[in-house]
Design a protein. Structure first.
Length: 248
């Protein structure tokens, strides 16, 4: 419904924030505030914001986000939807495999949410002219979503195997890289095993303008817990919130 409403708009701006928490505290460098614009339904620009650049409390995110002080480095990204897929414009994107912005593309998030297995209910007490939908992914879908994200991140970190140089220096370089690959494979196996043992609960809250059927706010909370762990502070919580404004 919300995406259908956006189809009648030429563009929109958005601002949001995201953080990964453990024991109520953010992982170092995990908190990010960002803004961006959508143009022609298929072009998205994203850029990081400093906390004091946020013009309104609505864009600040949840209380957990507001309390964090560890801010990620500056990034920017541009994406375009081609043949049904969002593609990164490399010449208009911060270099580096750690750029978090492409994953925060709100249009892609809304599109994926439409396709996922979920249970939808309507929250009470919404402000006049709005509806708040509570969208909880099924347990299997929540696992599948996180597994796909982690697989993509791990593949981006995988050391290269190719060598074109000859000689002893190249041999030492190859040995070092092979050791790095072995370590990567070990860490990748550990990650998959840990994911198999995890319980994942993923809930979205989508606020929709009822008059125009346009999304006003999307909030996302994912809690990853480990039932066998003695210390519940090992639970990880990912929080994200993005607000849309300036439809045109």
């Amino acid at each position: 419904m919300a995406l259908a409403g956006m189809a009648g708009s030429d563009g929109v701006s958005f601002e949001g924030g995201a953080a990964l928490l453990q024991g109520g505290k953010a992982f170092p460098g995990s908190t990010i505030y960002y803004g961006g614009h959508v143009k022609d339904h298929k072009k998205v620009s994203l850029f990081t914001l400093l906390p004091d650049e946020r013009p309104s409390p609505a864009a600040a995110g949840t209380e957990a986000l507001k309390q964090q002080e560890t801010i990620a480095p500056a990034y920017y990204s541009q994406l375009e939807k081609r043949e049904g897929k969002w593609q990164l414009l490399n010449n208009k994107t911060s270099a580096g495999e750690n750029n978090p912005l492409p994953a925060l593309n709100p249009l892609r998030q809304l599109e994926e949410l439409e396709r996922m297995d979920k249970k939808v209910s309507e929250e009470t007490g919404a402000a006049s002219g709005t509806r708040v939908l509570r969208i909880e992914l099924t347990a299997a879908q929540a696992h599948e979503q996180l597994a796909a994200e982690l697989e993509q991140e791990m593949q981006a970190l995988r050391p290269g195997r190719g060598f074109s140089d000859a000689g002893a220096a190249a041999g030492r370089k190859q040995q070092a890289t092979e050791a790095m690959v072995a370590l990567w494979e070990k860490r990748n196996s550990e990650m998959k095993l840990r994911l198999e043992q995890a319980e994942i609960k993923t809930v979205y809250h989508l606020t929709v303008d009822t008059r125009h059927s346009l999304p006003k706010r999307l909030a996302w909370t994912r809690v990853v817990s480990y039932p066998g762990a003695a210390n519940r502070s090992a639970d990880e919580t990912y929080v994200m919130e993005v607000s849309f404004y300036g439809y045109r």
